[in-house]
Design a protein around this ligand. Structure first.
Ligand SMILES: Cc1cc2nc3c(=O)[nH]c(=O)nc-3n(C[C@H](O)[C@H](O)[C@H](O)COP(=O)(O)O)c2cc1C
Length: 152
């Protein structure tokens, strides 16, 4: 079966949040990781100012079903597709949904590849999204290698 990758940016509808933001994030991550485990979907979610940017990876049907769920979530609007294509491998093979809050700008100040995500009132390009998500995928990979070396 073919692997597929979808990535999109979406505006957050603050008035549709039921809880304070940190609680809403915790609860949503718990829920979506549970659903993604069943669907075999992995990926990453970045919180960026007024937007979220998410990458979803898995078998084509499962990823497209997930995109459909996200598109129908009342907490999001103005969904812009960034990547929609078959994939040779997963960038986040072990993450049911990796999460980073980039809103304070600290990570972007340290890593140039993250800056276009914050600076852009306009569209985020495919290349910019790949560079930013690859940054986190590499970070996870490095952590795994270190853990393997230390046998932890
Ligand atoms: C920022 C964000 C990210 C989401 N990511 C996923 C996801 O990775 N997988 C998924 O199945 N649903 C995802 N969703 C969709 C919601 O989790 C889904 O619409 C919600 O769980 C509805 O189901 P429920 O009413 O049964 O909880 C996401 C929603 C939001 C707001």
């Amino acid at each position: 079966m073919e692997l597929y990758r979808a990535c999109y940016r979406s505006r957050i509808k603050w008035d549709k949040m039921r809880l304070p933001l940190p609680d809403e994030i915790d609860k949503t991550l718990l829920r979506i990781r549970r659903i993604n485990r069943k669907a075999g979907v992995t990926g990453a979610l970045l919180l960026v100012d007024q937007h979220i940017i998410q990458v979803l990876e898995g078998y084509t049907g499962q990823v497209l079903d997930t995109v459909y769920c996200v598109m129908n979530d009342p907490r999001l609007s103005d969904i812009e597709g960034i990547i929609h294509e078959p994939a040779d491998f997963r960038l986040f093979p072990n993450s049911l949904m990796f999460f980073r809050d980039l809103t304070d700008g600290r990570a972007a100040a340290q890593h140039d590849v993250l800056r276009p995500l914050l600076d852009h009132p306009g569209e985020v390009t495919r290349d910019e999204a790949y560079l930013a998500f690859s940054h986190f995928a590499n970070e996870l990979q490095q952590g795994r290698l270190t853990n393997e070396m230390l046998m932890i």
